[in-house]
Design a protein around this ligand. Structure first.
Ligand code: FE2
Ligand code: FE2
Length: 302
């Protein structure tokens, strides 16, 4: 059996992959049906202290720009809306769920967190360009979770992950290229599978699965994730130190451009460049927000 086949077989074995904590499973079930009231769900969340603590840290981070400090789940729901709070609860707990006790991952977790957080921030910002009203509340959290497949690889497929990192270094290729060559699937596919298994809404599953290939789906959220990811790389916040940097020049010289253009979702260079400059001008504020969120310990428990 070759590496790709054995990897796929392993991935199929449901028990190998992490499950969501019961409280989150319950919240997802409650929020996808019609029988639970907002009060029931607020009660369920509030009963879990670590979930509440993590949620309030994210809700109070600069992404949401709330001027008054949010002190309770109820207040968060009033200020941010119910769906947004549910999504924050989920993403705030997901990273720690994926940590295998006693094992440190291979890649640099603070670097990964900074990338994920920034992609969340930019994705939310790109709602204006790529609006998908049904999914509006998911823009930040999908950004936060978009590379969750890399955490699965890092934590559960150590041998494969070492080989991927090695291929990235040796051939100076993106993670996706190395993953596709070795495993015939990418961290985006794996992230999509994981979110599907966790019964997340289909729009979020699709957006995460296609965040490197938004031309495969009409999802504007996927397109927002794609550009947010490129912009984070351009700003010097890649998800792994080993991956080659991205610049405006390298982006417009890449193969992606033809695919994006064909589907009518290619941002003209002056538009992307203006967005990049706007974010760069705000870099100090962004770096502070990233440090603050990492310091909160939401995702740096490994
Ligand atoms: Fe990615
Ligand atoms: Fe990424």
């Amino acid at each position: 059996m070759n590496l790709a086949e054995s990897f796929k077989n392993k991935l199929k074995r449901i028990d190998d992959l992490p499950t969501l904590p019961t409280v989150l499973q319950k919240i997802i079930e409650m929020t996808s049906g019609n029988d639970a009231s907002a009060q029931d769900i607020i009660d369920e969340m509030s009963a879990d202290q670590s979930l509440t603590a993590n949620l309030l840290k994210v809700a109070n981070s600069p992404v949401y720009g709330v001027s008054k400090r949010i002190e309770s789940i109820r207040q968060a729901v009033v200020l941010l809306g119910f769906q947004e709070v549910r999504n924050i609860a989920l993403s705030a707990s997901v990273f720690s769920t994926l940590e295998v006790a006693g094992r440190r991952g291979t890649f640099d977790r603070p670097v990964f967190w900074a990338h994920s957080y920034l992609v969340g921030y930019i994705t939310r910002d790109l709602y204006k360009q790529f609006p998908e009203p049904r999914s509006q509340a998911s823009y930040f959290t999908c950004g936060l979770l978009h590379d969750i497949g890399k955490v699965v690889l890092d934590q559960y497929f150590m041998r494969e992950f070492f080989m991927i990192v090695d291929a990235i270094r040796q051939h100076n290729v993106s993670a996706c290229t190395a993953e596709r060559d070795l495993l015939t699937m990418t961290h985006a596919d794996i992230g999509g599978l994981l979110l599907e298994r966790w019964k997340l809404p289909a729009d979020q599953v699709t957006a995460v699965r296609e965040h490197h290939t938004p031309w495969n789906t009409p999802s504007k959220l996927a397109t927002a994730l794609y550009y947010a990811n490129q912009l984070a790389f351009m700003l010097g916040y890649g998800s792994m130190k080993e991956e080659p940097p991205v610049t405006l020049d390298s982006f417009y010289a890449s193969e992606d451009v033809a695919w994006l253009d064909e589907k009518g979702i290619l941002l003209p260079r002056e538009v992307l460049s203006a967005k990049f400059e706007e974010l760069r001008a705000d870099e100090e504020h962004l770096a502070k927000a990233i440090n603050q969120s990492a310091g909160d310990g939401v995702a740096t428990s490994a």
